[in-house]
Design a protein around this ligand. Structure first.
Ligand code: AMP
Length: 282
């Protein structure tokens, strides 16, 4: 396994691999790897001849007052996880190389980014799409794997890839959870033991909503009322949003169909957690 920090070295390496007919699978991350990232790497390993993992805490996707400085970082531990997953190359560029003095080009996906996390985190998706577009140009992957945990991010990246005719297959992967149901996230380390307990209100609410649908509920409103009631039982939980949206367009839905996804963003103490689930499997 090699670690590359230089952008041109990474790009040259990928172009050479492509000339040799190798399929490049790519998993972009911000590091502090957990089993969710590992599942993406495993699938990438299965599908690619060459597996590239990027670790880059992207300043462009953090707003003022967000956790860019405190975002957890541990490259030594990440290397162990990467080695275990059979990663060939870790690409870990410096922010000053990715955004040198005079940098002025951004990718902006309209519409899909106006709602949900886009509304609560202005500029966030512009940072995400810009960095993913740049990483695609540098890493030159045939396929890139993303988690459904960041449901809106995946939809936005699919849109960008289609709209810009990027020759990259986007693969969405299921959410990996802790044994008790909490979706794995690098940010879970911020939670105190008491907050960690309260955070279970998110997966609990998703289960509650799915059970209501199974029992015949066909409308979003009663489900959202029950979900909000469950979430606000926790003293340190503050709902950012709880919405039922169409899985592709992200438009809010009143009636439940096979395309309905329940999306949650909840602050537990200072930690903002997101989670989601389709409401009907059929
Ligand atoms: P991050 O390092 O948080 O930017 O995440 C990098 C990638 O891992 C993104 O595509 C995430 O959606 C994905 N990911 C994060 N958490 C999970 C999880 N619990 N299950 C599956 N994929 C995840």
């Amino acid at each position: 396994m090699r670690i590359i920090t230089d952008i041109h070295e990474m790009q040259d390496d990928s172009l050479a691999a492509r000339r040799q007919g190798k399929t490049i699978a790519f998993v972009p991350t911000m590091g502090y790897l957990h089993e969710g990232h590992f599942s993406l790497l495993q699938e990438g390993r299965r599908r690619g001849d060459r597996l590239v993992l990027s670790i880059f805490v992207n300043p462009a996707q953090f707003g003022a007052g967000e956790d860019f400085d405190s975002y957890p970082r541990d490259l030594t531990r990440d290397q162990e996880v990467a080695r275990r997953a059979g990663v060939d190359i870790i690409f870990a560029p410096e922010a000053k190389e990715m955004y040198p003095r005079g940098y002025a080009t951004y990718v902006d996906v309209e519409g899909l980014t106006d709602t949900l996390c886009g509304r609560s985190r202005p500029g966030h998706f512009r940072g995400v799409t810009t960095v993913v577009c740049k990483l695609f140009t540098v890493v030159q992957p045939h396929l890139a794997l993303f988690g459904c945990k960041d449901f809106q991010q995946l939809a936005v990246i699919r849109r960008m890839t289609t709209d810009l005719n990027l020759p990259v297959e986007i693969v969405g992967m299921p959410i990996v959870r802790e044994a008790d149901g909490l979706a794995m996230s690098s940010r879970n380390v911020y939670l105190s033991p008491l907050e960690r307990q309260q955070a279970l209100a998110l997966p609990d609410s998703l289960r509650l909503a799915a059970a209501m649908v199974r029992d015949g509920e066909g409308w979003a409103e009663p489900i959202l009322t029950a979900v909000r009631a469950r979430l606000t039982q926790e003293p340190d939980a503050v709902i950012d949003y709880a919405q039922v949206c169409h899985g592709e367009t992200l438009q809010e839905m009143d009636a439940i169909t096979a395309d309905s996804v329940l999306l949650l963003a909840v602050r537990v103490g200072k930690t903002r957690l997101i989670d989601n689930s389709y409401l009907r499997g059929d």
